[in-house]
Design a protein around this ligand. Structure first.
Ligand code: GLN
Length: 248
């Protein structure tokens, strides 16, 4: 992509999806592009509006079960994002967003809803307590070399089928509920991490941005961002160590 063209980032249904600051992912993408001399535009795609298939990047946040059901109905009737994904546009989905991208998801009311089948995943309510707290993971080394952190709050557990790969292995927290977190397939990625995840994990933001602009991006080395990321990692690692000690 030439630097003069505008990278267009769609914030998908921010009126129903986007708990725990997930919309901040759009700001992180825009700023990291601008710092490198790219032009970027964030487009809000609200419920009731047609979803364009022309954007470079689509972001879906988390949401409550009812909000999630409303969102999937709108996206099924307006398949612009799915069309864009089939030509390689980047999609990042958080929590309820991840569940929506799968084949189906069952809420705590026992009702199963059809998803968008952009990822080979299925979600059912976990039998244990709701997963609430910090999440620390080791991503698939084919994608990223350093660990990731985020905040999770969900009841659903997600199984990844052979058509997708898990995004990362859980070191601390719940994630998908089976020792992994999230899933990816080509440029479509989902995770249980709120945070917002791209503010807490700048290398992850740059990986996805590299896909969107068609070239790998060199690190920005902004000391305050790196410092915050490292502080977060150290804090979650300390939690994990303490938990291990307590449960010994
Ligand atoms: N409603 C979903 C669940 O509890 C997603 C929650 C969320 O997006 N934080 O599993």
């Amino acid at each position: 992509m030439v630097r003069d063209s505008v990278v267009r980032i769609g914030l998908v249904l921010p009126d129903v999806l986007g708990t725990y600051g997930d919309s901040g992912n759009a700001t992180v993408l825009r700023k990291r592009l601008e710092w490198r001399g790219y032009r970027a535009e964030v487009v809000d795609l609200a419920v009731g509006e047609t979803v364009p298939n022309s954007l470079d990047f689509y972001l879906l946040g988390g949401g409550e079960d009812r909000a999630q059901t409303l969102a999937v109905a709108h996206l099924t009737a307006n398949p612009g994002m799915q069309e864009a994904a089939s030509r390689g546009a980047v999609v990042l989905a958080i929590c309820a967003g991840l569940q929506i991208l799968g084949h189906d998801f069952t809420g705590t009311d026992g009702v199963t809803h059809r998803g968008l089948s952009l990822l080979d995943v299925r979600t059912t309510p976990g039998t244990g307590a709701r997963a609430v707290g910090e999440l620390l993971t080791t991503p698939d080394p084919a994608l990223l070399q350093s660990s990731m952190t985020g905040f999770e709050n969900h009841q659903g557990h997600t199984q990844v089928g052979p058509g997708s790969r898990a995004l990362s292995k859980v070191v601390y927290g719940t994630g998908n509920g089976d020792g992994a977190d999230g899933a990816y397939n080509g440029h479509v990625v989902g995770t249980y991490m709120h945070g917002p995840v791209l503010a807490r994990n700048p290398e992850f933001a740059d990986l996805l941005l590299g896909w969107a602009v068609g070239e790998p991006l060199a690190p920005l080395d902004i000391p305050v961002i790196e410092k915050l990321r490292d502080e977060r990692k150290r804090a979650v690692q300390a939690l994990a160590t303490r938990r291990k000690r307590l449960l010994r």
